[in-house]
Ligand binder design. Structure first.
Ligand code: HEC
Ligand code: HEC
Length: 274
């Protein structure tokens, strides 16, 4: 594993390598070894955070990921950033109503659905170690906060605020110029990123079923998140750049190709697929 941004990323816990090492390099065996080894609550929180930080490379999660993005690529600082799709407090909102799924979903459902869209991959099984570890980590970031289930949307109290609808129509041509000034130095003129920065379009990016593929969501996130460590864009600039970024091609989302085979899926949004 190459440690690229040591200040941001965490290494896998030593105990993890030990457990995987015992089981050899087979990934499924790695999961089995961990599942059968005793795990404290603190171990699971730590494991969950390391998966959030390295989702596309972590031995437990990479088989469920279809692009080069990690959860932390958008949920900055492993979800500890207060504004950029913060994980802080979100466990208090679940179970929550999901207009998309037209049912009440759990935090675990929400986590697993992100693998199909933002990560352009396959939904891990309910109750798998990867699912429980991530959900335990995210829930740990709501420790001590009062429960306030959300009957309207699967969003927590610190969700990214929509931009005011008073801003003018987004202009992708202006967005292109702004992208070259503010973004290309890290994500590339071609949007494909590099070893340190993730792609923002193309086949290694989020698919067109992800929240970020909707211009208004991407714009609101850019406003609080990018340029990294220096989020200085105005509302209008964020909207223009979002329109430009999402004008490019990215993987198409079709639900059937993102669900695992029925015998491995567990329950999907309360329904057992046939
Ligand atoms: C491409 C960017 C991106 C990636 C990668 C991503 N997410 Fe998200 N995620 C978002 C956005 C944007 C939202 C807010 C969606 C909205 O506003 O509807 C969100 C929402 C969520 C929520 C619900 C938040 C709430 O307030 O209730 C959870 C939980 C979540 N993501 C977990 C994950 C996990 C776990 C991963 C990695 C497996 C992941 N996400 C990967 C962009 C991303
Ligand atoms: C200093 C380098 C830098 C600059 C400048 C920068 N980004 Fe990023 N961006 C990153 C990094 C690094 C991440 C992933 C965060 C992480 O892993 O900690 C990221 C994540 C993202 C993501 C979510 C993940 C993905 O690839 O889809 C989007 C979208 C994005 N940036 C768009 C932009 C846009 C648009 C601009 C210009 C307004 C911009 N960035 C400027 C470094 C940068």
């Amino acid at each position: 594993m190459i440690e690229r941004r040591s200040s941001r990323r965490r290494t896998f816990p030593l105990a993890f390598f030990f457990a995987v090492g015992l089981a050899g390099s087979n990934l499924l065996a790695g999961e089995t070894a961990l599942e059968s080894s005793p795990q404290t609550h603190a171990d699971l929180v730590e494991l969950g955070e390391s998966i959030v930080a390295q989702t596309s490379e972590h031995p437990l999660s990479k088989r469920y990921v279809g692009n080069r993005l990690n959860c932390t690529s958008c949920h900055l600082e492993n979800g500890r950033h207060s504004e950029a799709a913060s994980f802080i407090g979100i466990a208090t909102a679940y179970p929550a109503w999901s207009p998309r799924e037209k049912r009440v979903i759990t935090l675990q459902d929400r986590v697993l659905n992100c693998f199909m869209r933002s990560e352009n991959g396959t939904r891990p099984p309910q109750g798998s170690l990867v699912s429980i570890a991530i959900t335990t980590y995210i829930t740990s970031l709501s420790e001590g906060l009062p429960i306030k289930m959300n009957p309207n949307r699967p969003l927590g109290p610190n969700a990214v605020k929509p931009l005011p609808n008073t801003i003018g129509k987004a202009d992708p041509a202006r967005g292109k110029q702004l992208y070259e000034i503010h973004c290309a130095s890290c994500h590339g003129d071609d949007g494909l990123g590099n070893d340190d920065e993730p792609p923002v379009w193309g086949d290694q990016s989020y698919n067109d079923g992800a929240g970020m593929s909707r211009n208004e969501k991407l714009a609101a996130w850019l406003k609080v998140a990018m340029p990294l460590d220096d989020a200085i864009l105005t509302d209008q600039e964020s909207a223009d750049i979002a329109a430009y970024v999402n004008e490019h091609s990215r993987p198409r989302f079709e639900l059937s190709s993102h669900l695992p085979p029925p015998d491995q899926s567990g329950i999907y949004n309360g329904v057992q697929p046939d």
